[in-house]
Structure formats: C-alpha cells, structure tokens
Design a binder for this molecule. Sequence first.
Ligand code: MN
Length: 162
Amino acid sequence: MSLTTYRRKRDFGKTPEPADGELPSSAPAGDHRFVVQRHRATRLHYDFRLEIDGVLASWAVPRGPSLNPADRRMAVHVEDHPLSYFDFEGVIPKGEYGGGDVIVWDWGTFEPEETDNPGRSVGKGELKFRLDGQKLKGRFTLVKTRGYESSQDSWLLIHKKD
Ligand code: MN
C-alpha cells in the first residue's frame, strides 16, 4: 500500500484534493471505515474505498454498488488514496486528473470476513466483507477477474444474499 501513484497523478497546486493527512474526525468510529464517492468525471462513476493498512484501497465502479445480488458490478482497482480523502467533496478542475465534482454518496464501517489481513486478501484478488453504511448494508465480495484482455485491473463487486 503506497500513495506514490496517487501523488504522481495530481498537481496539488491545482486540485483541491488532499495530498496527505489523517482520517478526518467526522469519520465513523470503528477499526475499518469505507466511503463511496460519486464522481462526475469524464465518465460518471462511484469510487468505492476501504480503509486498509493506513490508506484507502480504492475501486472505480462505473455503475455504482448495487444491493441486488444478481448484479455483478465491474470495479476497476485504482491507486490507493490517503485517509484524508475520506470526507473529500469538491470540484476537481477541468483538465486535471479526474476533473469533475465529487460528493460522498455513502460511508460507514466494514468488517472483513474470513480474513484477519484484508490487505493480503486484496493482494490475492478476493476480499469478503460486511458493510454497515447509511445506504449499503450486508455482505459483499470484491473479486479480481481473470481472462480479460485489458490493461485495467478489473474486479467485480458483488452483493451476497444475506
Ligand atoms: Mn474517481
């Protein structure tokens, strides 16, 4: 887990996004937090972020998370974000990386399942967890897909029947 890529992609003189920093005091109490940010960039997507090993492990979900177990939502694993991104809302200027507006769509805590090391599970390509958010609640799996001819780090976000 590293913020090198996050910092390399951004010009902090131009974007209001945080360069670094701690988890904001507004964050829910708990060992593991998650946030979903709606990001109206060139393409609308929802950024799904899990607090793991001192950073926000992040996936861009074009259609957003779904509570329907039949939905398998494509999720592109993107660069880790700093904890201070947790409550970020604002407008990234046009022409900058991710230009567009960002709002917090949901947040809460998550409980990793079948692992005591969620970072290692992400490295292995599958993480199961239970979400307790304002909107999203219940069991989910993030699983890396195989066989796609793509340079993207493609995963699926699936809601398990509770
Ligand atoms: Mn985004």
